[in-house]
Design a protein around this ligand. Structure first.
Ligand code: AKG
Ligand code: FE2
Length: 268
């Protein structure tokens, strides 16, 4: 698999890179075909690990990559991808990786500003042949609590260190269609996050950013087109996060861990 070359990250409003034509076009097409097969099984409002299922409190349907996800999706669980992330942002990642497909049918509402600088939990299951430990329902990701069928391996407390987004569709996306990933910053003149920029969700574009106390971002409502992407997180230890950023990461609030909180703007 060829991936586009390493780029120097931009610094504002927080460290990130945007890479167009990230995968070669055959690989991108193959990812899109696999996504279309998944979508052909339909979307569901109920929890279902085999289909695109509603995310509680977020206008989005997701499907978590299985541990043994096959090519071409397995790129995001590869040593090549880990090395690429490490070289780009120079963060000492641990082995734990999450990856999933997020799908927003046309007309989904915006998400709220948040940083992704948060504690999360993995179980110390065996690593794959690339030395990666994919998250797959070994415990509750947000609280570390057991879930039905969970692993009895040791629980690892981690912190999100890098978020990656790889946009799948959006071919004839134009300004005004929405669906961007917006970046914001804490304004010195108010208590609200101020918008800084918005990354268009263009097919075969990879966005990745460092999670920090300042990495405010949100999904903007997609007015016209469906919006589908691979999204995932690489992690670091809590000790590294505190030392690097001088702040203790957030915890998911208990309502969020229970899936009871809404991440959407209230209806107008
Ligand atoms: O889809 C996006 O643009 C952002 C999603 C996001 O921030 C998240 O799921 O944490
Ligand atoms: Fe996020």
């Amino acid at each position: 698999m060829t991936i586009n070359s390493i780029q120097k990250p931009a610094s504002f409003p927080f460290r990130h890179v945007v890479i167009d034509n990230y995968l070669n076009s055959n690989t991108h097409d193959a990812i899109r075909q696999d996504f279309n097969k998944l979508l052909a099984h339909g979307i569901t409002q109920l929890p279902d690990q085999n289909r695109l299922a509603k995310m509680p409190g977020y206008d989005c349907y997701n499907w978590v990559f299985p541990r043994d996800v096959t090519a071409p999706m397995d790129h995001f669980y590869s040593a090549e991808f880990m090395a690429f992330c490490r070289e780009t942002l120079n963060i000492p990642f641990t082995a734990e990786v999450n990856a999933q497909i997020n799908h927003h049918p046309a007309g989904c509402r915006s998400g709220i500003w948040h940083t992704d600088f948060i504690h999360c939990y993995h179980t110390q299951d065996p690593t794959n042949h690339s030395g990666i430990r994919p998250w797959y329902f070994g415990c509750n990701y947000q609280s570390g609590m057991p879930v039905a069928g969970s692993s009895d391996a040791r629980i690892l407390k981690r912190v999100r260190a890098l978020t990656f987004l790889y946009y799948i569709d959006g071919d004839d996306w134009t300004q005004g269609d929405g669906g961007e990933t917006a970046f914001g910053y804490e304004s010195p003149f108010g208590d609200e996050v101020a918008p800084f920029s918005a990354i268009a969700p263009l097919p075969n574009r990879l966005l990745m950013f460092e999670c920090s106390p300042h990495s405010f971002h949100r999904m903007l409502g997609n007015n016209r087109l469906p919006r589908s992407l691979i999204i995932g997180w690489l992690h670091c230890t809590p000790e590294y996060a505190v030392q690097k950023h001088g702040m203790v990461p957030d915890d998911w609030n208990s309502e969020a861990a229970l899936g009871l909180v809404t991440y959407n703007e209230p209806e107008q």
